[in-house]
Design a protein around this ligand. Structure first.
Ligand code: 5AD
Ligand code: FES
Length: 352
């Protein structure tokens, strides 16, 4: 099999079969990686030009009733210093973000029962009333369909819920017994049916992950047809049961970003903070591999270190304004610019 031919077919048909993707994933040649990134960039530029969308991330609570084995804010981690932002604090983050030009707020938290459905719906309504032009993205975990419907009616536009792995057995190795891939998938399909723009995703190099799992992930994504796909390398967190496992690979993450761009030409693909954590130029490399979204942190400075999903997370000592300036400079350096619009799925019909 010839990698270039596979990449060319991905480029023209946005399709590949399992054997082709397997071949591509196992081809470690620099040339292949470069050709793949080049084609992915071409697709990105055709769809989005050189525009990169910013999503302001507000990590509003690190309380979590879940116990995912990879995550630093899992309930069993007694060393995690817990915090919860008040509604006023969250609104003030939005105010700062809006002034900085962010047109999307991502509200992310652990699965924190304090924020009942009513409290969430109230908060969403308040944000939408005050910033009617802005999009609200939720990333608050697995809920009942009725809850998702309630938030949607309150004005939420998008929902991020990484599926983490599409393989049953692998899912069980990463999560506590009470969680299931079946429910995770149910959530994602419910969200889509309700009308959200939906994001799924995985950690690259999570413990026990094999190439076959990644292939399964790609086929699951083809089935779900998400609007967004968030992938970043797994990063060890010292207080978790996975503290002895190695970090995921930046190179494989970049390669997967390019493959995703070719498989999903219009998808919103973030160059994640995790990628920037393992490589000082990780986010830039992500953009050049086909990503088109950055998610700077909008959380108040004093809580940032506490939202420690993994070790050594970057940007925990910077104000939102500094991060915005820093990111703008970084992407200008590689020939891109920050988009002024909301960046909804299918919004841009950039032509060359
Ligand atoms: N390394 C990298 N990513 C992680 N996440 C959670 N823990 C880690 C870790 N140790 C990711 C998960 C989750 C998202 C919010 O953060 O994929 O869905
Ligand atoms: Fe946060 Fe550079 S992006 S400091």
């Amino acid at each position: 099999m010839d990698s270039r031919a596979i990449i060319d077919r991905l480029f023209t048909e946005t399709a590949a079969d399992r054997e082709e993707l397997r071949h591509l994933l196992s081809d470690e040649e620099e040339d292949t990686q470069e050709y793949l990134a080049q084609k992915a960039r071409e697709v990105s530029r055709r769809t989005f030009g050189r525009q990169v969308y910013l999503r302001g991330l507000i990590e509003f609570s690190n309380y979590c009733k879940n116990d995912c084995k990879y995550c630093g804010i899992r309930r069993s981690n007694r060393n995690a210093e817990r915090y919860r932002l008040t509604e006023e604090e969250i609104l003030s983050c939005c105010e700062i973000g809006d002034k900085l030009g962010f047109r999307t707020f991502v509200l992310q938290s652990g699965e924190d029962p304090y924020y009942t459905d009513e409290k969430m719906a109230d908060l969403i309504r308040k944000i939408k009333r005050r910033f009617p032009k802005n999009a609200v993205t939720l990333s608050i975990g697995e809920k009942e369909r009725e809850s998702y419907e309630l938030y949607y009616r309150a004005g939420a536009d998008r929902y991020l819920l990484r599926h983490e792995t599409a393989d049953e057995e692998h899912y069980r190795l990463l999560h506590p017994e009470e969680m299931s891939l079946k429910n995770r998938k149910r959530c994602l399909f419910d969200l889509k049916e309700i009308g959200y723009q939906v994001g799924c995703g995985i950690m690259v190099g999570s413990p026990y992950q094999t190439m076959e799992h990644i292939l399964e992930d790609l086929f699951f994504m083809k089935e779900l047809e998400p609007h967004m796909i968030g992938i970043g390398p797994f990063i060890t967190q010292k207080d978790t049961p996975f503290s002895e496992f190695p970090d995921g690979s930046v190179k494989l993450t970049l390669k997967l970003l390019s493959i995703l761009r070719l498989l999903f030409p219009k998808a919103l693909l973030p160059a994640t903070t995790a990628l920037g954590t393992l490589d000082p130029m990780g986010r830039e490399k992500g953009i050049l591999a086909g990503a088109n979204v950055l998610m700077p942190n909008l959380s108040p400075k004093d809580v940032r270190k506490k939202y420690a999903l993994y070790d050594n997370k970057i940007c925990t000592g910077d104000e939102a304004a500094e991060c915005k300036r820093c990111l703008a400079a970084r992407i200008e350096k590689i020939g891109y610019e920050i988009a002024e619009t909301r960046g909804d799925y299918g919004e841009s019909s950039h032509c060359i």
